[in-house]
Design a protein around this ligand. Structure first.
Ligand code: ADP
Length: 328
């Protein structure tokens, strides 16, 4: 099948992935592979901008790769690799930083947010984060970047960087990427009020054991108005019900909806059903992950193979870039 173009997406190595990562990113990565030529990158250099220690960096890279592969990201169909394995990325980052006005970087809302989060480590790399991100996208001649509507300024930044470079050096060496807008579901954490996130410690990992999953589901906050088993509940404000909509059959969802409203079902039983369905859903993924876990070297080899394929595209781009600038 002729592919519709190249998609690039990168994510920082955050280790074991949670339900939010899975439904907000990974499952979309898997789906895009059918129609697009996909390049998926674990961006470890980006992680260095905020990490205090690199002790867990390799482990987190591997754990994330296992979740990606087990979820169905296919390292043959797509190019899956680690950012630092392709050395050309740092060269392009340096070159693109020379066509980026500093004021534009410090004005970005994401920079201001990062400064608030890391007031004691406002390093040069943190300011240039969007330049490195643009370099990632254009190094692999990507046409599309899957983003939610709120991330469109990042893609606009990359497009402007490409235009500045191409204009300055009178070339078409770099391709202007386009945002591929997708509406991503927002998964709430087990606290029921915040977005699921590792840093808030409110997450459920997709590769958790059935017991761990059940334990966390049982801790989920439900409709706060429902104090006693005999009180009717409101599924519209209940995160357990939101997740049932993902993991549970439409008939069972309809039944929970009506039974909860007339106190026909209690939160404990409702959660037990959710945990069972969630565990069923992830059983095949967890089994595939166990296979990969048996030999980490097989996964590292896969990532290195992906990097080799990515390097071929990267070097083609860099030959054109160096030529446009007239670097020897
Ligand atoms: P990054 O900084 O690389 O985006 P995150 O771990 O914050 O790392 O997120 C990785 C991906 O998972 C992103 O696409 C993000 O939008 C998605 N994601 C993270 N948490 C959630 C959530 N609670 N609901 C939906 N999507 C999420």
């Amino acid at each position: 099948m002729v592919k519709k173009g190249r998609v690039f997406s990168g994510a920082r190595p955050t280790g074991r992935q949670h339900l939010g990562n899975y439904f907000g990113a990974i499952s979309n990565y898997v789906a895009l592979q059918e129609e697009y030529d996909c390049v998926y990158c674990i961006v470890d250099l980006h992680a260095l901008t905020t990490l205090e220690s690199t002790r867990d960096l390799r482990k987190n890279t591997l754990e994330m790769a296992w979740d990606w592969l087990a979820a169905g990201i296919d390292p043959v169909k797509s190019i899956v690799f680690v950012q630092s394995m392709v050395r050309q990325i740092t060269e392009l980052h340096t070159i693109l930083s020379m066509v980026t006005p500093l004021g534009k970087l410090t004005d970005l809302p994401t920079f201001k947010e990062k400064v608030r989060e890391n007031p004691h480590n406002i390093n040069y790399g943190l300011v240039g984060y969007p330049v490195l991100m643009s370099a990632d996208i254009v190094l692999y001649k990507s046409n599309f970047v899957p983003v939610g509507i709120d991330q469109s300024p990042h893609i606009e930044f990359a497009r402007e960087t490409v235009r500045s470079f191409n204009f300055r050096y009178n070339t078409n060496a770099l391709i202007e990427p386009q945002a591929k807008f997708t509406s991503f579901p927002k998964i709430m954490g087990i606290d029921g009020v915040n977005k699921m996130s590792k840093s808030l410690n409110n997450d459920i990992e997709i590769a958790a054991t059935p017991e761990e999953t059940t334990k966390l589901v049982m801790q989920m906050v439900t409709d706060p108005q429902r104090q006693r088993r005999s009180d009717p509940g409101n599924p519209d404000v209940c995160n357990v019900f939101s997740l049932h909509k993902i993991f549970t059959s439409p008939e069972q969802v309809a039944s929970i909806n009506s039974e909860c409203r007339r106190a026909g079902i209690g939160c404990v039983d409702c959660k037990k059903m959710l945990a069972a369905n969630m565990n069923d859903y992830f059983t095949p993924l967890r089994a595939r992950r166990m296979e990969f876990q048996k030999d980490p070297d097989v996964t590292w080899d896969m990532l290195r193979d992906g990097a080799k394929r990515a390097s071929v595209i990267a070097e083609t781009t860099m030959v054109e870039v160096r030529k446009a600038i007239d670097l020897p």
